[in-house]
Design a protein around this ligand. Structure first.
Ligand SMILES: Cc1cc2nc3c(=O)[nH]c(=O)nc-3n(C[C@H](O)[C@H](O)[C@H](O)COP(=O)(O)OP(=O)(O)OC[C@H]3O[C@@H](n4cnc5c(N)ncnc54)[C@H](O)[C@@H]3O)c2cc1C
Length: 413
């Protein structure tokens, strides 16, 4: 790391944000022999509002960089409940593997950060935010909150959902597209080793009215479960739901079955999804993870995409390349079809009548046994290019059709 003087640093790569995306980027850059400076305005370990669930897709990425999370807890798949039905949907056999997990973010993000810092070439400044930027299309210098001036060759922006630094670069979130609102909590339970993650698609309030949201229980293997609920929304059809209130109601409804203690650490957040942001790259910078809205619109998972986009962005770093058009194009190539179709389906869920109409059909026998494992595979975006079965073919055809109908510019464009 070139230290010009004690207040000016000139690294190959500056990474803003040390969540899963940022730490993974630091690991990949150091692996390629680059000098990477990672900064985060928080001091670690830090919490992040999340369901803490890790799909096989995330496990695959974690294993690729040598991080083990499955030895303390493994999940086999998803159990979906509601509308008089209950269906088991095991993680499918795919090139990602068929094991999932869950780990509180305070622990996972710290583990990833320490793993990255174990590499020569990776350096971290905690409690230090990226503030002002000198920009002429390309980022020339970045001023940190401790007064340090960074003169980087490349910048990867992994500053999460709000992306305050990304906004200075022109990142815009399109709230006309579907986005998530969600709340999570931690509840003590004697069943924290239960090997299935659970989701309830039919939530009712005290008056027995169906609420526009769904609940989740993700066992953590440490005497607790992450219990939360979410809803999908757009600017035109805002979900009229108080997620924290709904969460308390849900935890109460599930208390007897899971022997839950009181919900602790209740927190809520918004989630931009499915590439519904623009301004994600410039000549020498790229946005990754949540900052680039790389979140699956059908289940809200984004840790896997944060890890994947980190590997993709670092892999693309090369002097002489201009990322302004290249990076959105790479994102569209990798996720475009799947995210656009998922966004279209998620939009249907913002109509209050949709779930009560389709839920009973999808979740009850005999249809449920066929429909829901396929739905769980699609929700987890666990269909890969090589898959040739009927579900994969139908998914690809529908994805291609939604791309043709809406055009690829609605993704990162
Ligand atoms: C309620 C809820 C439930 C969810 N459940 C799941 C789930 O079960 N599974 C799943 O895979 N995903 C889930 N997600 C999504 C997941 O949390 C995100 O996709 C994931 O955290 C993205 O990682 P990231 O590294 O991009 O961003 P983050 O983890 O948000 O990290 C961004 C980092 O940037 C730092 N930062 C911000 N601004 C600056 C600045 N100017 N300078 C320096 N540092 C800065 C922040 O302090 C933070 O540490 C959920 C999200 C929500 C809201």
């Amino acid at each position: 790391m070139l230290l010009v003087n004690d207040k000016v640093i000139s690294p190959d790569l500056l990474i803003v944000g040390a969540g899963p995306a940022g730490s993974a980027a630091a690991w990949h850059a150091a692996k390629l022999g680059m000098e990477a400076l990672l900064v985060d305005q928080a001091t670690f370990p830090r919490d992040k509002t999340c369901g803490d669930g890790l799909t096989p897709r995330a496990i695959h990425q974690l294993e690729a960089i040598g991080v083990d999370v499955t030895s303390h807890y493994q999940s086999r798949g998803l159990k979906l409940h509601g509308f008089g039905g209950s269906v088991e949907a095991p993680w499918p056999d795919s090139s990602f593997g068929n094991v999932g997990s869950a780990m509180p973010r305070t622990k996972l993000d710290n583990l990833l950060l320490e793993h990255a810092l174990g590499m020569d070439g990776a350096r971290f400044l905690g409690g230090v935010g990226a503030r002002a930027v000198e920009l002429d299309g390309a980022i020339r210098s970045v001023e940190l909150s401790d007064g340090t001036r960074v003169l980087p060759k490349f910048v990867i922006v992994a500053d999460g959902v709000r992306s305050t630094f990304g906004k200075q670069l022109g990142r815009t979130w399109h709230k006309g597209e579907v986005f998530g609102i969600a709340a999570r909590s931690y509840c003590e339970t004697p069943f924290s080793d239960e090997p299935w993650i659970h989701s309830h698609l039919e939530l009712r309030d005290a008056e027995n009215t169906i609420q526009p949201g769904y609940g989740w229980i993700f066992p953590l293997g440490d005497g607790r479960a992450n219990v939360g609920c979410g809803a999908l929304s757009t600017d035109n059809r805002p979900a009229k739901v108080n997620t924290k209130k709904l969460l308390h109601l849900y935890a109460q409804q599930q208390r007897e079955a899971w022997h839950f203690g009181q919900p602790e650490g209740v927190a809520s957040a918004l989630l931009p999804m499915g590439g519904a942001v623009s301004g994600v790259a410039g000549p020498n910078w790229m946005l990754i993870g949540d900052a680039a809205a790389c979140v699956n619109p059908l289940n809200g998972e984004g840790i896997d995409y944060g890890l994947e986009t980190a590997a993709m962005a670092v892999g693309a770093l090369d002097e002489g390349k201009d990322f302004t058009l290249l990076w959105p194009e790479m994102l569209r190539h990798e996720y475009g079809e799947a995210f656009l179709l998922a966004r279209t389906l998620a939009r249907a869920l913002t109509y209050p009548q949709f779930l009560p109409l389709t839920g009973p059909l999808a979740l009850r026998k005999p249809m449920g046994k066929i429909v829901m494992p396929a739905a769980a595979r699609l929700m987890g975006n666990l269909v890969v290019e090589e898959d040739r079965d009927l579900v994969a073919r139908v998914w690809r055809a529908a994805s291609g059709a939604s791309m043709r109908m809406r055009g690829s510019r609605v993704l990162w464009g």
